[in-house]
Design a protein around this ligand. Sequence first.
Ligand SMILES: C[S@@+](CC[C@H](N)C(=O)[O-])C[C@H]1O[C@@H](n2cnc3c(N)ncnc32)[C@H](O)[C@@H]1O
Length: 203
Amino acid sequence: MNGSAVLGADVPRETIERLEVYAELLRRWNPKINLVSPATLVNLWTRHITDSLQLSALAKAEGHWVDLGSGGGFPGLVIAIANADRTASTTTLVESDQRKATFLRTVIRETGISADVIGRRIETVQHLSADVLTARALAPLDMLLSFAERHRAVDGICLFPKGETWAEEVAAAEVNWRFRYEAVPSKTNAASVILKIGEFSRG
Ligand SMILES: C[S@@+](CC[C@H](N)C(=O)[O-])C[C@H]1O[C@@H](n2cnc3c(N)ncnc32)[C@H](O)[C@@H]1O
């Protein structure tokens, strides 16, 4: 299946072409470094690419987008590709596994986009001043908020895709944090949501 068949007319041709380059590289590298579960490759365009792309509609493109624990690039690299032609948008991907960081840099080079890859642990990276902070399948919400406390800009927002146990994660995080959230229904999985969190504090 190719990108235009899944994404449709709303997505610019240049974006689809870059995503197709990315998808091809991912299929080639995956047997060596397991970027995504091999069983999900058959649904790569919905399970990973569309799942990531839906986040770009939930915040303004301008500003600094930071994706933590990017792995094979979901959602951060897909968002960087979607925002590639917007000059006021920058992207940083944080991934401590050096082979995966090398993969991310390869996709950035081959697609001709610009994005920074930091190949270190989130806890050791200097404040990144993220206007939009994303992380998928990285850690429970309680820990994600600790990471966000370190890296979010004043007035920055968090977008965290979460699966069917999202309400339990919210309840567990409320033990240590005060926050309001919006649970935006996922377009790719009826049981999943994207947690959108603005202000939060320890409490
Ligand atoms: C389960 S994978 C998810 C990858 C990707 N976000 C996705 O949804 O496909 C988690 C990734 O986070 C990275 N990671 C875990 N802890 C990290 C840390 N403290 N700092 C930086 N990267 C980390 C791992 O190396 C791994 O690639």
